[in-house]
Design a binder for this molecule. Structure first.
Ligand SMILES: Cc1cc2nc3c(=O)[nH]c(=O)nc-3n(C[C@H](O)[C@H](O)[C@H](O)COP(=O)(O)OP(=O)(O)OC[C@H]3O[C@@H](n4cnc5c(N)ncnc54)[C@H](O)[C@@H]3O)c2cc1C
Length: 684
């Protein structure tokens, strides 16, 4: 079935028909924050949407090549967002310092991305266009993203593919030699470029090679195994505040170092590991972003979390990590559960066709198994809550649904399925001991990605002048739900094509007044890092850092996970506050500061996760509507779908740090749509 409505209006009823929210109901979080001034994106361009990015590029000031050599840039992060920015800015002639905590820039978490990267190339001639990618992304994000940003993302998506092909990224090709495409959730065209199930790895190798080329050329210096622990925000003699550097710890020697520059870019990835169990790499954390937040960078929509529907189910409390089975599998796999509860423990191959419920195909006939992630995840939860989940019972409930390739194997043959998904099938078999060519995979939703992040304007600049934020670390483009294969697109768009233009507008006023290590802002930042390290090492309590992290994760999953309620969120805030208090008094961190010390590294990260977790709950409590990945049980349609309240919540919630033990301050940036009409989403 196709989208039955006119070209760009496939949603049902205009959202103007949604019930108006009772003013008494929008005060859930009133005791937890201080209202702040409205926030305006002063860089947001106006005019026809298709011209806005060209206009901004033209209006942004230029830096001539000779002057670029006098300007220095620190980039924290070497994933797709950071490596692409470092390579491009190095190539442009700036002096770049590039930091990561892994042992090599090319081991950044982007390497884990499996399924693909979107671009509006329309190679399949199936009706795709820049405008359709723009439209799908805004709708997929449940009308909680900025339309100017999303349009720009769709516009530059086509350049990304050309750039990567030129670098030699081995995208899958069709028989005739053209690049192949497949579909991801929330769309009805095929626009996802891929390299088997290792797209992130191949893209990162491309970006890494470009980065290393600049290292050889002398424009970029890399600092692997260095963890940024503070941002330096300094006033110059005229009182102008700017981000001027970072404090980093050499993770091998323990040395605390000061690095100064004209501008700082954070490309430090997402914070899904606040949930402890997630599909993210174990090292992913919020420290870089959170330290910046505490220095004045607003944190936007922190509660918007993406829960991915196709992950290997939790098998027990021994786990510290969950594994994603790429969304690309939903192109050919069919999702089902038994119709009858009594069949749930049976061998699935013994359950006849008429006793299976292909519930996504049944409920959402237009999009079927390719509904967006938030919808597929909730639907799986409901089947399991209803007692029709499959797989072993964990805590008395079977939390799994089948992802079945029997039809695809019968239709395409095993070899064709293996060619497309072989490495994913092998991974599944190694982890579960089951052969997915023979028995359906079992999957269940897990935390995967965060749409929230540091607030940035259209130029990707945070509320701290001179602090730019790219990739998953910023909040900008995905609204309340990210469509599959759009994170790689955003990271590379930011790094290769957006930041290099917008950062020059800022740098054109540089080089900025020299500061050195004796500047009070540098001394303050360095001292606070050293005191924190010292504190963790001297508490000498009785509980491991991991035990706190696991407990925080349980709280977040239980009360700020797939479904959120007022009571649950209030309870979570209390629990997190108590846990944080205990953490600072009772954590045990072994080892010393002047050596490799993973327990110490984790202590700092968990301390920041505890503060972030509280803010996420406050943000979720404040937003008494359901949108995308944020599902408030109090706000749903009669058939259980997310119900937005545009009258009350069509804004970006940008949170300012209020001070130690103080309430955060909420600034609202209104979301205004001129090129798209806001509607109640429907994938039926
Ligand atoms: C299993 C999995 C599969 C995915 N598959 C896809 C997919 O198919 N398509 C898609 O579009 N998206 C996918 N995603 C999402 C996507 O991979 C990420 O959103 C994206 O790669 C993030 O890139 P990034 O450059 O912003 O951050 P990352 O790749 O996470 O890089 C962060 C960098 O910051 C550094 N860093 C962080 N903090 C510090 C610090 N304090 N000091 C120093 N360095 C620091 C790290 O060392 C690292 O270099 C997937 C995600 C997961 C978990």
């Amino acid at each position: 079935m196709t989208d039955s409505h006119s070209e760009f209006s496939s949603d049902v009823d205009s959202h103007a028909d949604a019930p108006t929210i009772d003013p008494d109901l929008i005060d859930d979080a009133v005791d937890y924050f201080i209202p702040g001034e409205p926030l305006v994106d002063t860089k947001a361009p106006s005019g026809p949407i298709a011209d806005r990015w060209s206009t901004r590029k033209f209006e942004a000031k230029l830096v001539n090549p000779a002057n670029r050599r006098k300007l220095s840039i620190i980039i924290v992060g070497t994933g797709l967002a950071g490596a692409s920015a470092a390579a491009t800015l190095g190539e442009a002639g700036y002096n770049v310092k590039s930091f990561c905590y892994q042992d090599s820039p090319r081991r950044a978490h982007s390497i884990a991305a499996q399924g693909g990267i979107n671009a509006a190339k329309n190679y399949k001639e199936d009706g795709d266009s820049v405008h359709r990618l723009f439209y799908d992304t805004v709708k997929g994000g449940d009308y909680r993203s900025r339309e100017s940003n999303v349009y720009r993302l769709a516009e530059v998506s086509t350049n990304i593919i050309d750039q990567c092909v030129a670098q030699g990224v081995p995208f899958a090709r069709e028989y005739g030699g053209l690049l192949d495409n497949r579909s991801f959730g929330g769309v009805q065209v095929s626009r996802t470029f891929y390299a088997r199930g290792q797209t992130g790895q191949q893209l990162l190798i491309g970006a890494y090679q470009a980065l290393e080329r600049q290292v050889a050329a002398g424009t970029v210096t890399t600092y692997a195994r260095h963890e940024m622990l503070e941002v330096i925000v300094a006033d110059d003699s005229s009182g102008q505040r700017r981000a001027r550097g970072i404090i980093a710890r050499d993770m091998v020697t323990g040395e605390v170092q000061t690095h100064l520059a004209d501008v700082v870019v954070l490309a430090s990835g997402g914070y899904g590991n606040v949930f402890y169990l997630s599909t993210n790499a174990m090292g992913c954390n919020v420290t870089a972003a959170w330290r910046a937040h505490r220095k004045g960078a607003y944190m936007a929509n922190p509660c918007y979390t993406q829960i991915h529907p196709t992950c290997i189910p939790v098998s027990g409390s021994h786990q510290s990590k969950l594994t994603l089975m790429s969304e690309s599998l939903r192109n050919d796999g069919r999702i089902w559960v038994p119709k009858r509860k009594e069949d749930c423990a049976k061998d699935p191959r013994e359950i006849p066709e008429e006793d299976r419920d292909y519930y996504l195909e049944r409920i959402y006939p237009s999009f079927g198994n390719l509904v967006p992630r938030d919808i597929a995840s909730r639907a799986a939860k409901y089947q399991c809550d209803d007692g029709r989940g499959v797989g072993p019972e964990v805590d008395g409930v079977r939390r799994g649904v089948y992802l079945d390739f029997a039809d695809a194997i019968a239709r395409l043959g095993r070899d064709a399925v293996e060619a497309k998904y072989g490495n994913l099938f092998d991974m599944y078999a190694r982890i579960t001991g089951e052969d997915p060519y023979e028995v359906p995979m079992r999957i269940y939703p897990a935390v995967h990605y965060v749409m929230g992040g540091l607030w940035v304007d259209y130029d990707l600049q945070s509320t701290i002048p001179g602090l730019f934020v790219t990739g998953e670390a910023n909040f900008s483009d995905h609204g309340a739900n990210r469509l599959g294969a759009s994170a790689l697109m955003q990271g590379l768009a930011d790094g290769y094509f957006v930041l290099p233009h917008t950062i020059r507008d800022y740098l054109a006023d540089g080089p900025f007044e020299k500061i050195d290590e004796s500047h009070p802002a540098v001394v303050e930042a360095r001292t606070s890092v050293e005191e924190r390290i010292n504190h963790f090492l001297t508490v000498n309590g009785t509980r491991s850092v991991d035990s706190y992290h696991r407990e925080l994760g349980n709280i977040m999953w239980e009360y700020c996970g797939m479904e959120r309620t007022e009571d649950g969120l209030k309870k979570a805030i209390d629990l997190i506050r108590t846990l944080k208090d205990d953490f600072y008094r009772n954590v045990k961190v072994l080892g010393t500061a002047d050596s490799l010390n993973q327990s110490l590294e984790k202590a700092g990260r968990v301390a920041d996760f505890l503060e972030l977790g509280e803010l996420m709950c406050i943000d979720a409590l404040n937003r008494r509507e359901s949108c995308g990945g944020h599902f408030r049980a109090e706000s749903q349609t009669e058939d259980g779908e997310a119900l937005r309240h545009d009258d009350a919540f069509a804004y970006v919630a940008a949170w300012e740090w209020g001070g130690e033990g103080e309430k955060p301050i909420l600034h609202k940036e209104d979301l205004v749509y001129t090129a798209i009409e806001m509607k109640q989403r429907s994938y039926k």
